[in-house]
Design a protein around this ligand. Structure first.
Ligand code: FES
Length: 577
């Protein structure tokens, strides 16, 4: 007789008679044509995150078929089920606003259905953290499978990649350097295949840190979406999910403080997206683990950027795959990793590294002692403008702006920015600092990737490529510039960012990790007394919007919902070297 905790007997619908519940369940599921033998196998759930709006997940149907093959070859029964999906350009007001909804959907579907393990198929930026947050809370054996990066396109002999090159060419178009016809041609070529953005954006970063954390089979992060190897990896993931069900290898055994430390090391070494900090913080939070920003900053100072990928370097994800994938990076930073951390293979990270193919000559991953950027690719800033922290990806910024004092030019909201940034009468100069308020977790809402404020058109046309920009928003991992993000507390909560006025002086000193508003405490106190909460939007009082506004936490807590994370009891990193 089957174990009461496994397969079809798991989580029976409550009718007050368990045997009847099972009888009824089997009667319905048999309408799908299953035999008793099939139904007695370990059941592997597969999240179907395909949508006609999500091009990054275009290959999900064929991945599902490959996962199913792997599950059946290993003696399990694969059952796919839908969870919501998110694409960056098709999630109003921003996909971050919906990440927690997707995580709740994932958690409840895993808990509510009789799955012994689950293969999580995601890829586009928010989907990987959302799936892992949900799986961590459900704590059923889970393995991540990403859709994989796109391959690159071409324009006049130049390689193109979403979306670093989207921004680069749009900047040229705004500056009048290329025509409307040419920007139209480029638009056709920026996303030339199925898969996720192929630069070191959030999707690539999350794939790499997930592999480093041990929640994905080795080698799974970099293989392009269109390669046959991606399907073989999917098949292997399905087979492994059957074994994980039998071993009861749950996420809490893999997503440990040591695993999160490994993920943070890899985030730094690959020059990854700033968004990953928010996502890793939220994922860790689901397991009661706190990511400490100041210690993360210290880790940054000793972790060089080794991967030469856009936007900080020159290559793309398919080049990292050809160079050997993530294991090449792991080998280089080996002495900084917790090699005993368990992974979905059932082996440790150290054992996985040993089992990988030997290295060969390549130019995508630099040796530890010859990095592309020495250390601190992402720096954590503090000061009277950001008492709870802010971050800057200094590896992707203009070096001479990393110590700069300038005059603030303030925009009160995204709308205000859109209305005035290109106004020829806007009083702005190259060495000013652009400040945007009310674009944080509650303010926007959803903390959109709006921190990459455009260079005002009149300056762009004079050839200005970078300026200091400060906000409580996030930034796409594919963007670059002297951009201070995640200012906490946010302006919509009355944080100091809300008190900045055009004409104030701001001092940024990244080597000293400081960001200061050069206005006296007395003046700031007087402004605080006059500060008014931003006006509510018409949808704020109902539905998911109301839940979001009531419950979303600040960036330093991952923008998760207050009620979804248990009390934080362990800090990462725990290991001091
Ligand atoms: Fe999906 Fe970039 S839009 S990964």
């Amino acid at each position: 007789m089957a174990s009461p905790k496994r397969g079809m007997r798991k989580g029976l619908t409550a009718y007050g008679d368990e045997e009847f519940s099972l009888f009824l369940r089997k009667a319905f599921v048999k309408a799908m044509g299953y035999t008793d033998d099939a139904l007695d196998r370990p059941i592997v759930g597969i999240t179907n995150t395909f949508s006609g709006f999500n091009a990054c997940h275009r290959n999900v149907p064929e991945l599902i078929e490959a996962v199913k093959r792997g599950v059946m070859l290993a003696g399990g029964l694969p059952v796919e089920f839908p969870v919501i999906t998110l694409h960056e350009s098709f999630a109003y007001p921003t996909s971050m606003y919906l990440r927690n909804l997707m995580s709740i959907d994932t958690e409840e579907m895993i808990k509510g259905q009789p799955v012994d393990s689950v293969v999580l198929i995601g890829g586009c930026d928010k989907t990987v953290p959302a799936l892992l947050m949900g799986a961590a809370s459900a704590n059923v054996p889970a393995i991540m499978l990403v859709t994989g990066p796109m391959i690159t396109g071409d324009h006049k002999g130049e390689r193109l990649g979403a979306c670093t090159d989207c921004r680069r060419f749009w900047g040229k178009f705004r500056a009048g350097e290329i025509s409307e016809q040419e920007i139209g041609e480029i638009n056709n070529k920026l996303a030339p295949s199925a898969g996720t953005c192929m630069v070191m954006g959030t999707a690539s970063t999350m794939a790499l840190v997930t592999e480093a954390m041990g929640m994905m089979l080795p080698g799974g992060a970099c293989t392009p979406a269109v390669m046959a190897d991606r399907l073989r990896h999917a098949e292997a993931s399905g087979a492994r999910a059957v074994a994980m069900a039998k071993e009861k290898l749950t996420p809490d055994k893999i997503m440990t403080p040591e695993a999160f430390e490994n993920a943070l090391r890899v985030l730094l070494a690959v020059g990854g997206s700033t968004n990953a900090i928010v996502h890793l913080t939220a994922m860790a939070g689901r397991l009661g683990i706190q990511i400490d920003l100041d210690t993360f900053d210290k880790m940054g100072r000793e972790t060089p950027v080794l991967v030469d990928l856009k936007p900080t370097g020159q290559h793309y994800m398919e080049d990292l795959e050809k160079a050997g994938g993530l294991v090449v990076v792991l080998r280089e930073i080996r002495k900084l990793l917790n090699l005993d951390a368990l992974t979905v293979t059932g082996d440790t990270l150290g054992e996985n590294i040993k089992a990988a193919a030997p290295a060969w000559k390549q130019d995508v991953v630099r040796p530890f002692n010859d990095p592309i950027f020495k250390g601190g690719s992402i720096a954590v800033l503090r000061g009277n403008l950001a008492p709870e922290g802010a971050i800057i990806k200094q590896a992707a910024a203009t070096p001479k702006l990393m110590q700069h004092t300038g005059r603030a030019v303030v925009f009160e909201s995204l709308e205000d920015l859109a209305n005035r940034i290109d106004d020829p009468k806007l009083d702005v100069k190259e060495d000013d600092i652009l400040v945007m308020q009310n674009a944080g977790p509650k303010g926007a809402p959803g903390m959109p990737e709006a921190g990459y404020l455009p260079i005002p058109k009149k300056l762009a046309q004079k050839g200005v490529k970078d300026m200091i920009r400060i906000s409580d928003a996030r930034m796409s991992g594919t963007a670059f510039g002297a951009i201070v993000l995640h200012v906490t507390p946010e302006a919509a909560l009355g944080g100091p960012l809300a008190l900045v006025k055009t004409g104030d002086k701001i001092k940024l000193d990244v080597p000293a990790r400081k960001i200061e508003l050069l206005v006296s405490d007395e003046e700031l106190e007087a402004r605080r007394k006059l500060w008014k909460k931003p006006r509510a939007h018409k949808d704020d009082s109902r539905g998911y919007r109301k839940l979001f506004l009531n419950e979303v936490t600040q960036a330093d807590r991952g923008c998760d919902f207050e009620f979804l994370a248990p009390p934080l009891t362990v800090k990462v990193p725990r290991v001091t070297r």
